[in-house]
Design a protein around this ligand. Structure first.
Ligand code: ADP
Ligand code: ZN
Ligand code: ZN
Length: 742
């Protein structure tokens, strides 16, 4: 008798019997098909010894195995349990999201037919018997001459003969048929970077030191998170590679996570260039692959054939064997947080998984998250530093363009300022490349003074307030505080108050109209990502110089390394500052530093033009000077004052429903119940309407909880929640360590 955790909304495992023929193959972690009522569902074998044994005669047999081998090992099942508890997600939901859909669907590997001559049958004798079958004879002679294993279909196409001739020969056993599995390898095609062989380089002093410190952790064979803080262009990747070699040479497996799918191809080709000579398979793992590619990646990993997996967030669940090193590149990126259930943070899951394996979790960034820096501070994480760019290359020169002055100069506020346009033209004439960077469109307008850069903030929450067109009020979306929008700027009394946004398409058009006709301008955005190879093709064209100016959002802000880029223009440096989020300055600082890092990575020095309404804001000033320490010190101070993360955990509680009144009513009732019977050591803020008040017809209200201990809080919360009757038409969602406040 076994226990199966069924998928699709089943909290508790169910008991089943195993038919005799499957007894020897059933293991914990196997994916099985089971009867449930009159349905068939799939689930994971969670135990071979159920705790409570129901009466035998009621039990049913499992129907079949979906995959012959277990799809999850004990380690991943443990990880799933932790995620389910810490992120308050149902266990079946977590398990399901760990397994690629191609695997869940029971897809099998693709095989291909090969043929070769059967040596056991004398050739003359066979020819004699084929006197009256000229086509079969032709194929036989061809195979004899080539004396090799050939792909069946390619061969008969070449000889212009029919499949029946081949089948006839196989039947007579004159030739042998071999079925081989073919691997569908992602990114092993024409878009892969060419002529970019990774030469052996000698490490810089700092790289040596960092490598030594990290390898030290690895050799201890104990759990250790390790921050590698290195300015952009300081050669962090090389240090990752050194750590990987240390682990691989001892038979360990490696997981390499990048924040965006967009960054996977570049990393994959660098890894392949480096590790295929050492006969290591590098496997790609993320949600944009075809089912076939995913299945083959999965097979290669579970069979132990591949010890290196590269991918975006979901790759953290790749069943890498003997996993001893997890690398999280750009660990500060919010993209590591999954914004649908299970709402886990890829970096934090990585740290926990490293702990389960007694391995090292290497977190790399030029601008580490305050959470990680705090963990270094309290000595949970070790830290190594790369303070200099390779070859002593300078950090780019950062020019701040004060858009308030630009606004005075012209009637309409220009989207591309004069100095930026002139710099773009100059690069074009000098045959150098530029990047124009645009923040993701702000979804909400805040009140911005174009004269002094003032942004109105909530007096209690230290976040920007949102302007609501419907009633003309400013609202705080954390605590619900509201007030009428002032008619003039409270700081400088100007009446020039503005709300505006613009997309990549628009920037592309404007740049085209302002630059010489022959300049090639292309944009990279979410639309492009949806077309399979368009994104990689554009990047490759940019790399080889076919494109002069690349316009894009945060996708191009990090990681990419283009030596001929000497100019980066940041079109709207203030947008993250204006978003109503306590992490706004951190985001602004990180983005600006990352973007600047794209300029001047070759031999030529780079320049960055930053358009801003708030040139004196601290995130822009610190980023301009490349002063991470200064920024962190100031920002930590602020977080401490409000006891925001990393000093406490933030949990967001969302109520959503089709009826605005009902949803808001239940959020209020819940808040009142909490107020009447408070949970110890918990600060509650709200309820307030979410910044995106209505999504797809659902109204949303939210509360925020600040706590020192998530697990303890969740226990109390779940107890209360069970006895709080929620209307059928209202749902609620818990988001632990929330990033998105929208
Ligand atoms: P980071 O990730 O820190 O921004 P990269 O790892 O992309 O930096 O390295 C920047 C560039 O420097 C790359 O082109 C890389 O090949 C090169 N590089 C790294 N280490 C060395 C070294 N020791 N000697 C010469 N070039 C190096
Ligand atoms: Zn003002
Ligand atoms: Zn507030």
């Amino acid at each position: 008798m076994i226990e199966v955790q069924a998928f699709g909304g089943f909290e508790k495992p169910l008991s089943y019997l195993v038919p005799v023929e499957l007894l020897s193959t059933i293991k914990v972690g196997c994916l099985v098909r089971i009867p449930l009522g009159n349905r068939k569902v799939i689930g994971i074998v969670s135990s071979l010894e159920p705790k409570d044994k129901p009466t035998e005669n009621k039990l049913k047999n499992i129907l079949s195995l979906v995959q012959k081998e277990p799809v999850l090992n004990e380690e991943l099942i443990k990880l799933a349990r932790w995620i389910s508890i810490y992120y308050a997600s149902s266990i079946d939901n977590v398990l399901e999201s760990m397994i690629p859909s191609a695997v869940r669907d029971g897809m099998v590997e693709k095989t291909k037919r090969f043929i070769r001559i059967n040596q056991r049958i004398p050739f003359e004798q066979a020819c004699e018997k084929l006197k009256n079958s000229p086509q079969q004879k032709k194929l036989l002679i061809y195979l004899k001459d080539s004396n090799a294993e050939l792909a069946l279909h390619e061969t008969i196409d070449l000889l212009k003969i029919g499949i029946s001739s081949a089948n006839g020969l196989i039947k007579k056993q004159f030739i042998l048929e071999i079925n081989k599995t073919v691997r569908r390898d992602a990114y092993n095609d024409e878009f892969t970077e060419k002529n970019h062989v990774e030469q052996k380089i000698s490490l810089t002093k700092e790289q040596c030191q960092a490598t030594k410190e990290i390898c030290n952790s690895i050799q201890k064979k104990k759990f250790q998170p390790h921050l590698l803080q290195g300015v952009t262009g300081s050669g962090k990747t090389e240090v990752y590679f050194q750590a990987m070699e240390e682990v691989l040479s001892n038979g360990g497996g490696v997981l390499f996570l990048v924040p965006e799918v967009a960054l996977a191809p570049q990393t994959v080709s660098r890894l392949r260039n480096r590790f295929t000579v050492q006969k290591e398979n590098v496997v790609v793992w993320h949600s944009h692959l075809s089912d076939g590619e995913r299945l083959d990646a999965w097979k290669a990993v579970t069979s132990g054939n591949a010890k290196i997996v590269v991918g975006a967030r979901s790759a953290i669940f790749a069943p890498v064997q003997n996993l001893k090193l997890i690398i999280i590149d750009e660990e500060h990126e919010p993209a590591y947080k999954q914004e649908e259930s299970p709402r886990y943070h890829g970096r934090d899951v990585a740290v926990y998984r490293a702990m389960l394996n007694g391995g090292v979790c290497l977190l790399g960034s030029a601008t580490p998250s305050l959470e990680t820096l705090h963990n270094v501070e309290v000595k949970k994480y070790a830290k190594s530093v790369l303070s200099k760019r390779i070859d002593g290359r300078e950090l780019p020169l950062v020019h701040l363009i004060d858009m308030r002055k630009e606004a005075q100069r012209e009637k309409n506020i220009p989207i591309l300022s004069q100095p930026l346009v002139e710099a773009l033209r100059q690069r074009y004439y000098d045959r150098e490349q530029s990047i124009l960077f645009l923040n993701r469109r702000g979804f909400n307008t805040t009140m911005l003074c174009t004269d002094c850069g003032h942004v109105e903030q909530c007096k209690d929450c230290s976040i920007s307030m949102t302007f609501h067109r419907t009633d003309g009020y400013l609202r705080c979306h954390i605590c619900g505080y509201r007030k009428p929008t002032p008619r003039f700027c409270p700081s400088c009394r100007s009446i020039e108050i503005l709300k505006k946004g613009h997309g990549t398409q628009r920037i592309e058009d404007i740049a085209e109209s302002l630059l010489p006709r022959r300049a090639v301008i292309r944009r990279i955005d979410a639309d492009l990502m949806s077309k399979k190879n368009a994104f990689r093709q554009t990047l490759e064209e940019f790399r080889i110089g076919k494109i002069d100016i690349l316009v894009g959002t945060q996708m191009i802000a990090k990681g990419l390394d283009f030596p001929n880029v000497t100019l980066v223009g940041v079109i709207d440096a203030d947008l993250p500052l204006r978003m109503e989020d306590f992490r706004a300055s951190e985001r602004a600082f990180q983005l600006l530093t990352q973007v600047s890092g794209r300029a001047g990575r070759g031999d030529r020095a780079g320049e960055v033009y930053v358009q801003t309404y708030a040139p004196h804001s601290s995130s822009i000033q610190f980023a301009r000077q490349g002063d991470v320490e200064g920024f962190v010190e100031e920002e930590m101070e602020m977080r401490k004052e409000y006891a925001y993360p990393p000093f406490r955990h933030l949990v967001r509680h969302i109520f959503k429903g089709r009826s605005e009144d009902k949803t808001s009513f239940y959020a209020d009732q819940w808040a009142k119940a909490l107020e009447a019977n408070p949970i110890e050591n918990l600060e509650v803020k709200g309820p307030a309407p979410a910044p995106l008040e209505k999504i797809k017809g659902y109204y949303r209200f939210h509360l925020f909880y600040l706590t020192n201990n998530v697990t303890r809080f969740l226990k109390h919360y779940q107890e209360r929640r069970r006895s709080f009757p929620l209307d059928q038409e209202v749902q609620d969602i818990i988001d632990v360590d929330a990033f998105q406040i929208s």
